[in-house]
Design a protein around this ligand. Structure first.
Ligand code: ASP
Ligand code: MG
Length: 369
């Protein structure tokens, strides 16, 4: 008997039909003898809709009220999922909000950090032989206010719950069936990775890969939670993220991210937090920030292409091949940032999808590797 935490994202619980299908699979898992905790996101794009509506009411909505508002999305989906499960087996499921499971955070509304999970109600529900359905993305602050963990934060909830319960595995299901050499929607020949180590996954998430949220991977590494990433439609697991790295390739993945802004500051201007890059050039400071951290329309749009793997910058031939392809396409390099495990190229113009695919193939398919 295993203790399993499963997380289903918004696109997996977008309709009552999808919720009913998942409920069947969850009940089957329970009947096979596992203890199951389910973490769900808000249905479909309902969080986006709530954010939009708030901005129709005020230009700068109060952060406390925003958390009160957007946390309602997950409150709907946990109740729906519990109703669906208990519709199959009366009384089997019980839903909990973040505050009901004692998920305590700091007071940073909209991007709070998890401090602890008390979790006794979860343990009690499991001891009673029930399935606990937990609202992702939300908690309660040390000031007893409702908080949220940043967009995509249900992954973080799932990992934190798995750590608190010492679960055997944290299964994260989405519409992509695992972690790939690059986003398979951009490069059709992208390869699925059977295993990824925490460091590589963290670099990928931080570079903008959408499979797993970076905070969640960071918690998983720190707390030693094994993540299994799989497809919500088939229920199959494609990739295990853990401390083991069975993949001996130096270059593990490539991440293309197109939601960045670069901004140039004169001397003495306080820099924004969460800079992706910060360089001082000829008396002015150039920073690159995620567009979500840039004030409305501040800065100039730019993109990045990251090559990830240990000592990747030392792979001169590969790096030069990529730079050559970008130059041929006439795309100006704004800056390059190189660390032990990442070589990130910031570019002025967005990359057309066929070029992303061509660069991927040059790096990862036979001939390229
Ligand atoms: N519903 C939240 C969001 O859309 C949290 C999540 O999906 O994980 O950001
Ligand atoms: Mg979502």
């Amino acid at each position: 008997m295993a203790l399993v935490v499963q997380k289903y994202g918004g696109s997996s619980v977008a309709t009552p039909e999808q919720i009913r299908d998942l409920a069947r699979r969850i009940v089957a898992r329970h009947e096979a003898g596992d203890q199951v905790v389910v973490v769900v996101s808000a249905m479909g794009k309902s969080t986006d809709a709530l954010v939009r509506q708030a901005h129709e009411l005020a230009e700068h909505p109060d952060p406390r009220e925003m958390d009160m508002l957007v946390s309602a999305g997950e409150r709907i989906s946990i109740a729906m999922m519990s109703i669906a499960i208990s519709g199959l087996r009366p009384g089997l499921a019980v839903s909990f909000t973040g505050s009901q499971i004692g998920l305590i955070t700091d007071c940073n509304h909209g991007d709070a950090r998890v401090l602890e999970i008390r979790g006794d109600r979860l343990r009690q529900a499991l001891d009673e032989g029930r399935i606990a359905v937990v609202a992702g993305f939300q908690g309660v602050s040390t000031a007893r206010e409702i908080t949220t963990l940043g967009r995509g934060g249900s992954d973080t909830t799932a990992v934190a719950v798995a750590a608190a319960l010492q679960a055997d595995v944290c299964e994260i299901y989405s519409d992509v069936d695992g972690v790939y050499t690059t986003d398979p929607r951009l490069a059709p020949s992208a390869r699925r990775l059977d295993t990824v180590d925490y460091e590589t996954m963290l670099e990928m998430s931080a570079a903008g890969a959408k499979v797993l949220k970076d905070d969640a991977v960071e918690y998983a590494r720190r707390l030693g939670v094994r993540i299994a990433a799989g497809s919500s439609s088939s229920g199959r697991i494609g990739t295990i993220v853990s401390s083991e790295n069975l993949n001996r390739e130096t270059l593990q993945s490539m991440v293309y991210y197109d939601r960045l802004r670069w901004i140039a500051f004169g001397a003495g201007v306080p820099l924004p937090p969460d800079c992706r890059l910060c360089q001082s050039v000829e008396g002015r400071t150039v920073v690159v920030v995620d567009e979500k951290h840039a004030a409305a329309m501040e800065g100039v749009p730019c993109v990045s292409l990251s090559l990830i793997g240990s000592r990747v910058a030392a792979q001169r031939e590969r790096v030069d091949a990529v730079l050559g392809m970008l130059e041929e396409a006439g795309n100006r390099v704004l800056a390059i940032s190189s660390t032990a495990s990442k070589y990130e190229i910031f570019l002025e113009d967005p990359l057309p999808q066929p070029l992303v695919a061509a660069i991927h193939d040059a790096l990862f398919t036979a001939g390229g590797q």
